[in-house]
Ligand binder design. Sequence first.
Ligand code: NAP
Ligand code: MG
Length: 484
Amino acid sequence: MTGHLLIDGRLVPGRGGQIDVIDPARGEVHVSLVTSDHAQVLEATAAAARAWAGWQGLAQPERSRHLHAVAEGIEAVRDRLAEALTLETGRPLTRNHMYVDMARDLFHQYAELARVLGGRLAPSNDPGQLSLVLRAPYGVVACLIPWNYPLLLMVFKVAPALAVGNTVVIKPASETPLSLQVLAEVFAEHLPPGVANTVMGSGREVGEALVVDPGVDLVAFTGSTDVGKRLAGLCAEAVKPSHLELGGKDPAIVHDDVDPAIAAQGVVWAAFLNAGQVCTSTERVYVQRASYDSFVEHAVKLAAAIRLGDPFDVSTQVGPMRSEDRREGVVAMVDDAVSQGAEVVAGGHPVDGPGFFMEPTVLTGVDHTMRLMRDETFGPVLPIMAFDDDEEALRLAADTPYGLGASVYTSSPARVEEAYRRLRVGTVWVNDPVVDNLAAPFGGVRASGDARELGVEALDSFTTARHVHWNLELVPKPWWFREE
Ligand code: NAP
Ligand code: MG
């Protein structure tokens, strides 16, 4: 298999170098694909720019029909998409069907929301005038996607962007280009040529070529804070808007007014789902002193009972990490914490054998001088700290440059209110961590970026306000220059 790109409505082979897609469950090359060369990046953005005039000029019901057709096309290849996701991410197949269904639902959702999207009529300066405030698409949107949720995080951008009349060029992460191979076939069948295009290749070459291409009007990026900073700089240089969905270091606070055994289940789920490779994973937990011992005991039992294994096996709960170097990075962070006095109370090691499996790891005796409590771990690691009063819990939770999400476990409305008022994050989950609600906005603040996806807010993200000042008739104004 050499793979294909979608450029100007046609599935074409790449002309660049080769990327090996490694199956993380086996640690072996699954398939090699050929990337885009530089000229193909320019062809893709040029095709998107040409297609834009027609696409944004379509009547909205017509554009929405195309999006519904894409949703139905996703449904038709549901199993192929779920299998591609399982191979490329190592995440259990049992979860991937759900992500495919969410992707389908998002195309339906934005097809309908865009149908009722309006502007407004602002009060005009004088009678005989209209001030139309329009919500206009940007033009060509470059979508840069990370490897942890290759399909879903791509559709978070592509569905609303297309629905409001933008065209797109999509670059998947080099490690996870497989689900987009399948989706590109769906786009080719159900969208006019050039409306959606794909390129492939390294972030440094193909990604940056896209970002700096003058044909790209908006950069929509999900990925690490370090790359986000670099792209923000490149966009500033070009005076080009960017949406950045970046890393996180999400805290969880467990108060003593809830059952620690149940809270431990929620926290352990949020820490080890997808081997901890979720931007909104619980990366650190603060437990009120009275519940601490019981919480730790339950967390250890739960972590030890997680079934790691072949992602295609229906009994598997957690698959491998995505790559060997990331697993090494996580082990190094755990070892560093241990060298500073932390104690591993569950797991702590890579799993022997093929693939990049890592034991679900729980640590106690941690504090904020350790890298493990400050830097994004992005792996199956749960460090637990005790706190005495609410003030201390909120201070510890807020002690981070990141601001993606936070979870609170409590039965007290006053504690919830104080938490969402004081914690500067994009999402607060109360007693139910890391769930997505496609109807509500998602994104971060501070070092986690500034974009908003999902909800009706995504329609704002992919449109810009424009004003038409309209004097209904041409009549001279008293302040215009006169001939005499
Ligand atoms: P990454 O290394 O920043 O890469 C993200 C994407 O950008 C990939 O397609 C990558 O391509 C590309 N890229 C890399 N360097 C680039 C450059 N200089 N110019 C243009 N594009 C470039 O992130 P990742 O390791 O894939 O993903 C993990 C990170 O994403 C974590 O920090 C996680 O928290 C964050 N994340 C955030 C959210 C959110 O919604 N806030 C969601 C999920 C993940 P290559 O693959 O070819 O390098
Ligand atoms: Mg990367």
